[in-house]
Ligand binder design. Structure first.
Ligand code: NAD
Length: 408
């Protein structure tokens, strides 16, 4: 067990929603005692039942025995308020994705917890430095970005703020190891490594709907390449409405042409699997995505309404644009020092985003193609489609030197 100055024996989790539940189990599975806080007592009660049920299921599946299940459950206790968690070594906050809310919680915790305690946020994209800035211990604040469902997904992005101390990153890496995670350290930027790259890929997928493709065609091309699921099936799983609501709340991005199909689906209550319809149709109780001609008609109506002259988009073009969007953003992430290596980026994509394992990750895939070739293909896209395809400086440099991302 780690003997850093930040040996983590006792933790607290704030928030008993989707992510809090999985994170609590990760900690309990790793032998860490967890106190759990939620300002909605019913939510916490339900969450404790879900955790017990999940362990009971694991016993039935013979993944753990009853003694182990009992030990894990015994490690998890409800805490009435923040005063009850004042002695913990680590807090992981997993409340709603709202900066002011998170800042108010961090401010309060900072005033209560012992000076050596570490404060972590599970935010998907908020600025870790803006959260750290409200505390008197920014060197002990970081992001611990788990993926859903947190007790199953292997990836943990450890987000280093501008002032996070190296010993705190080491403690997080040691904890990640105890939890059996694949941990990758990321710098602090919008979306960190994984979601920042995902955003560029999703944008291309959405643009292609407007230009002529249909959701099932985009997904089929990417699944044919080996992705666990294409972007539109992924939206249905996570909820098409998540980003729609976030855009409504922030008042930013709602008018962009690329999100008009999402907007129309959400206006019709088509939120994805949870509502039975989204980009696909789902029979009651089924998670099987079924092609829905109504969605194709909606896509056609939206794109023609926006003045697009639709054209056929081949599976090859779909792959080229989605994969090169990932590679180009990955290269920018590497050149900015957000990721420590191309391998780290590949680990994120293999363990958190369903990139096909046999291709090695987006950066390894690009190296296999040869960066001179990738550079030419990006330049061709830039000529055809505009500035957002300008190759990252790093790609040009490595290509000119006959090197790959792995050599950086
Ligand atoms: P959720 O809505 O399922 O749960 C949030 C919980 O926080 C609720 O139980 C709510 O009662 C509680 N809460 C709200 N305000 C509180 C307060 N002041 N004090 C204590 N508890 C409070 O949300 P979620 O999906 O679990 O997401 C939580 C965080 O994790 C967000 O920052 C989100 O961006 C991030 N995240 C989510 C996912 C995902 O797939 N859901 C993945 C990675 C990261």
């Amino acid at each position: 067990m780690s003997q850093t100055p930040f040996n983590i024996q006792r933790a607290a989790v704030i928030g008993a929603g989707t992510m809090g539940r999985g994170i609590v189990m990760c900690l309990a599975n790793a032998g860490v005692a967890v106190q759990w806080v939620d300002n909605n007592p019913q939510m916490l009660e339900q969450a404790l039942v879900t955790v017990s049920d999940t362990y009971a299921h694991s016993v039935r599946q013979e993944r753990i025995d009853q003694v182990e299940a009992d030990a894990r459950i015994a490690r998890v206790t409800a805490a009435a308020d923040y005063a009850a968690i004042r002695d913990v070594d680590l807090v992981i906050e997993a409340v709603y994705e709202n900066l002011e809310l998170k800042q108010s919680i961090f401010r309060e915790l900072d005033g209560l917890l012992k000076p050596q305690a570490i404060l972590a946020s599970n935010t998907s994209a908020l600025d870790i430095d803006a959260i750290a800035a409200v505390t008197g211990r920014p060197q002990q604040v970081l992001g611990l970005h788990f993926f859903s469902p947190a007790h199953i997904m292997k990836l943990l992005e450890i987000v280093r703020g501008a002032q996070t101390a190296p010993a705190v990153i080491d403690a997080a890496l040691a904890l990640g190891k105890r939890m059996g995670k694949v941990s990758v350290v990321s710098g602090n930027c919008d979306g960190f490594i994984g979601n920042r790259m995902l955003n560029t890929y999703v944008l291309e997928a959405r643009k292609m709907l407007l230009e002529g493709a249909y959701p099932y065609q985009v997904d089929a091309a990417l699944q044919g390449f080996g992705f666990a699921m294409g972007p539109f099936r992924m939206f249905d799983v996570v909820g098409v409405d998540l980003q729609w609501r976030a855009r409504q709340l922030s008042g930013v991005g709602q008018d962009a042409p690329e999100v008009q199909v999402d907007n129309r689906l959400c206006e019709q209550g088509r939120f994805g699997q949870k509502s039975g319809d989204g980009y696909y149709h789902y029979e009651p109780g089924s998670r099987q995505a079924e092609h829905d001609p109504l969605v194709d008609a909606l896509v056609l109506e939206v794109s023609e309404g926006l003045g697009f002259h639709r054209r056929e988009i081949s599976p090859e073009e779909i792959l080229e644009r989605c994969l090169l969007a990932l590679v180009n953003e990955g290269a920018k992430i590497l050149q900015e020092g957000i990721a420590g290596s191309a391998h780290d980026i590949d680990l994120v994509y293999l363990n958190g985003y369903g990139f096909p394992a046999d291709k090695g990750g987006p950066m390894a895939w690009a190296d296999q193609q040869g960066l001179a070739d990738i550079h030419q293909r990006l330049l061709a896209l830039e000529t055809r489609q505009g500035d957002h395809w300008r190759p990252a400086r790093l790609i040009g440099e490595l290509a000119a030197a006959g090197r790959g991302f792995a050599d950086k």
